[in-house]
Design a protein around this ligand. Structure first.
Ligand SMILES: C[S@@+](CC[C@H](N)C(=O)[O-])C[C@H]1O[C@@H](n2cnc3c(N)ncnc32)[C@H](O)[C@@H]1O
Length: 331
């Protein structure tokens, strides 16, 4: 039983607001409606001239939204404060000093993220195919999932192919730049998120999506069918070789931030005059401008005239380095 005040419905909202402002509203129970009155639960003996009653009001279940609250207080300050959500998966990095709590961290993340089915511990990205080492720490099922982004659904499996949900804004930015009828080459496409978002929000003629990883190629084909996109041409293989047979492009996307710059000459040689290459690159912040100018000088010395039109900082990579996108125009 909880104590409540009987208030005419017309006064209900103002009484509720006043009780709340004074810290006298019982937030653990639901307000009930009875005829022309509201029964408002209170934390005091009485309120104003309103009649009080003891009533059995429905309890409100408060959902904790901070997973840290389910873990021991002494480690809360050092727990991860960010993680990636891909479809119904969470991928979280856990420092060595917290490894003994990994299952508790996973269970706590599941508790506060009701749509999540499986929590995976991130062991880092490795090798040419940029595949993530993942260990399930809570939940169940496989690592294959469906991720929704900018009106597109993508089937992916972070244990088999690289997929970065944090690039959603950059993908929409590229889509916003695409003009009708463009020919686009995505040299390192993964499961084709750039192509899918571009085709959803713009009208390119064709997007050649290339990846070395066979699993990425298989997911591309499924995603093309799932999203009923006819403009994407999925291709499996080394982009440096695969682009040779492709027509000149208006736009080339190079999302392989560790080494994409090594392919810039190949990309520029496939770009029409006036076309653009979006080159992703991880760089020390204090070297980014000078090294990029040096790289463009190298391109010019190979007869590939070009200039930088824009540099975007996508995210911090380390205390001194960031991931950038350089938009390089072929002159
Ligand atoms: C950083 S991921 C990009 C994934 C995707 N663009 C995204 O937004 O999620 C880089 C991709 O390049 C692929 N890759 C690496 N070397 C390649 C090459 N020489 N030719 C084609 N793809 C390559 C990897 O398999 C990986 O899927």
């Amino acid at each position: 039983m909880v104590r409540c005040v009987r208030v005419p419905k017309a006064e209900g909202n103002s009484v509720r607001m006043s009780l709340k402002a004074e810290g006298l509203l019982d937030l653990d129970h639901r307000i009930a409606s009875e005829g022309d009155s509201l029964l408002i639960p209170i934390l005091c003996a009485s309120y104003g001239d309103y009649a009080t009653e003891e009533r059995d009001l429905e309890e409100i279940e408060h959902q904790e939204t901070d997973y840290r609250m389910f873990l021991p207080e002494e480690i809360r300050d050092i727990l991860p404060n960010s993680f990636d959500c891909i479809g119904d998966l969470i991928i979280v990095k856990i420092e060595d000093e917290l490894l003994q709590y990994k299952h508790q961290i996973g269970e706590a993340l599941l508790k506060v993220n009701r749509n999540v089915r499986l929590v995976l511990m991130d062991g880092g990205v490795k090798g040419e195919l940029r595949i993530r080492e993942l260990e399930p720490i809570a939940g169940s099922g496989t690592t294959e999932t469906r991720h929704k982004e900018s009106g597109v659904t993508m089937i992916t499996d972070p244990a088999k192919v690289y997929f970065n949900p944090r690039l959603a804004t950059e993908r929409m930015h590229v889509a916003s730049q695409v003009k009708d009828g463009e020919t686009i080459i995505d040299m390192f496409s993964g499961v084709a998120p750039f192509g899918l978002v571009v085709c959803k929000h713009a009208r390119p003629k064709v997007v050649y999506s290339i990846d070395l990883n066979h699993d990425a190629y298989e997911f591309m084909k499924r995603n093309i069918e799932l999203n009923k996109v006819s403009e994407i041409v999925p291709m499996e293989g080394d982009a440096a070789v695969a682009v040779k047979d492709l027509p000149q492009a208006d736009r080339v996307i190079m999302n392989l931030p560790q080494i994409a710059y090594r392919f810039l000459d190949v990309a520029l040689s496939k770009t029409k005059k006036g076309g653009v290459v979006h080159m992703h690159r991880i760089m020390e912040r204090d070297e980014a401008d000078a090294l990029t100018e040096q790289l463009l000088d190298e391109m010019r010395s190979k007869g590939l005239d070009c200039h930088l039109s824009e540099k975007r900082e996508l995210k911090t990579y380390s205390p001194s380095a960031s991931v950038y996108v350089f938009d390089v125009i072929r002159d």
